[in-house]
Design a protein. Structure first.
Length: 225
């Protein structure tokens, strides 16, 4: 087996073991193609919950595993999630969350995620009056209503939603891996437990695996489809 084949195999195994990102896709317009493309290439497995009736549902289904409405509209999907990502947070959804009305399934799932401490990352382009998207649409961020929206977004951040640019969001998704690798820098040998808890540590600089961890990865290789 060549070095390239080994690297490819390791990446497949790590991809399989890595907790997926739960992505809630709503109707808000603007930057949809660009955001979908960046998320699809983020290096993390995606599980998608699509709001009913979105026009580009077929395109999103190519970016990851798509949940049936019955699998997410009534409860937060079970599983170990790396984070919940909201690519299209508009003002109406932000206000719904802050006011606690929770009338939409998306708002209720955000409530569930925040309640259990799951990291929630939201792109700010659609809701922030200062964003380039809203400036192109003619928004006046310094108006009284613009200030009202900013106050709502401040409350969204206070309750645990991280408002990000795309680059910031991708950096946050990878920050726990980097932090764990740094914390483990003094221990070169990774155990099976290390790999199961954080598969990406296997690719950290200077990381070495115990014999048991190597055997574990080989076993995973045999079970790959």
């Amino acid at each position: 087996m060549t070095e390239e084949q080994i690297d490819s195999l390791v990446q497949q195994i790590l991809q399989r073991l890595r907790p997926p990102v739960l992505v809630l896709v709503t109707h808000a317009e603007g930057y949809r193609h660009e955001i979908r493309h960046r998320l699809a290439e983020c290096g993390h497995p995606l599980t998608l919950a699509l709001e009913d009736g979105i026009s580009d549902a077929g395109l999103w289904q190519t970016a990851g595993k798509t949940l049936l409405p019955s699998e997410w509209q009534h409860t937060l999907p079970k599983g170990q999630w790396r984070a919940l990502v909201l690519p299209f947070l508009d003002y109406s959804l932000a206000a719904e969350l802050v006011n606690g009305t929770l009338q939409s399934p998306i708002a209720r799932r955000l409530h569930d995620a925040l309640l259990i401490g799951l990291p929630v990352l939201a792109l700010r382009y659609h809701c922030d009056p200062n964003s380039e998207l809203n400036q192109l649409r003619g928004a006046r961020a310094q108006s009284a209503y613009g200030a009202h929206i900013q106050a709502t977004l401040a409350k969204v951040a206070e309750i645990g939603v991280a408002l990000c640019t795309m680059n910031e969001l991708l950096e946050r998704l990878g920050s726990d891996v980097a932090a764990a690798a740094k914390a483990d820098g003094s221990r070169r040998y990774l155990t099976v437990t290390d790999i199961m808890n954080n598969p990406a540590l296997a690719s950290a600089p200077n990381a070495q695996l115990t014999d048991a961890a190597v055997d574990f990865l080989k076993t995973e290789k045999r079970t790959l489809p």
